[in-house]
Ligand binder design. Structure first.
Ligand code: NAP
Length: 259
């Protein structure tokens, strides 16, 4: 399907690996020029080179921590005038409700709620002026059904979801859509980090931890970054212009609910 976005320009935050990279790859395949970001410059440059040569798009890189004020300023400067924004950052660490202090919450809120909000605030006006824009926030299935050990993530991402619910309706009259993509478990470094915690806690191998988790998913497997990226690119397409303020779950059926 031609997504109708060839020649547009997108910022994809936290995109040298995993789900962010999946989104960057799918947008590049659709002919979208990119601004890519991650903290580690080596992997970022390697992936940017690969996308330039595979898809003939222009890719600008900004190596910095997207959750810091200085990092945000650098990325926003490079991304002025983008048509598409994909927000993303690393997820908060797992833990126990009784251990988290105020500073832990501030860190999680900064990374997974206030950072995407800062990017929207900076880049939505340019999209509204042009009368066309797409924003996709990478959140989590924990917005729909809490994951107890990820209480910091549950809290921060639900706050972002509330913000998007209202804001998406305010910018829709200008041809700009904002939607959230809610990953269930996908085969990335983040999933490896969560599985290694389980393996250590239960005294089992990583393979066994993965197999146990996969058995809880109706699809009986982890998602791939390519599947995730393709959904993101569709939400950024011309065809998705009537999808506004939605929370789209990509979890292989793991969240047991009717709607
Ligand atoms: P990942 O495989 O660990 O990749 C994270 C990417 O983000 C890397 O490119 C990393 O590069 C970059 N990054 C991390 N922190 C950054 C920061 N502060 N500033 C700039 N770049 C940063 O993670 P993922 O699985 O793609 O997860 C992406 C998001 O989805 C996370 O918030 C995660 O919690 C959430 N999520 C993932 C899953 C899953 O199963 N994978 C499920 C639910 C939710 P550098 O390290 O070089 O910065």
């Amino acid at each position: 399907m031609d997504l109708g976005i060839r020649g547009k320009r997108a910022l994809v935050c936290a995109s040298s690996k995993g789900l962010g990279l999946g989104c960057a790859e799918a947008l590049a395949e659709a002919g979208v020029d990119l601004v890519m970001n991650a903290r580690g410059a080596d992997t970022l440059e390697r992936e940017a080179d690969r996308l330039r040569s595979q898809h003939g798009v222009s890719v600008q890189t900004v190596a910095c921590d997207v959750t810091s004020p200085d990092g945000q300023a650098q990325v926003i400067e490079a991304a002025q005038g983008v048509d598409i924004l994909v927000t993303n950052a690393g997820g908060p660490p797992p833990g126990m409700w009784s251990d988290w202090e105020r500073d832990d919450f501030i860190k999680a809120l900064d990374a997974n709620m206030l950072t995407p909000i800062a990017f929207m605030k900076a880049l939505l006006p340019g999209m509204m002026d042009k009368g066309w824009g797409r924003v996709v926030n990478i959140t989590s299935q924990s917005v729909r059904a809490p994951i107890a050990v990820l209480g910091l993530s549950n809290a921060a991402r639900t706050g972002l979801t509330g913000y998007v619910a209202g804001t998406s309706r305010q910018v829709a009259p200008y041809g700009v859509t904002i939607n959230n993509l809610l990953p269930g478990i996908h085969a990335t470094d983040r999933a490896d980090a969560l599985d290694s915690g389980v393996a250590e806690q239960k005294g089992i191998s990583m393979d066994d931890a993965r197999a146990e988790r996969a058995a809880t998913i109706p699809a009986r497997r982890y998602g791939t970054r390519q599947e995730f990226g393709a959904t993101c690119a569709f939400l950024c397409s011309q065809q998705a212009g009537f999808i506004v303020g939605q929370n789209i779950l990509l979890d292989g059926g793991a969240t047991n609910m009717t709607m």
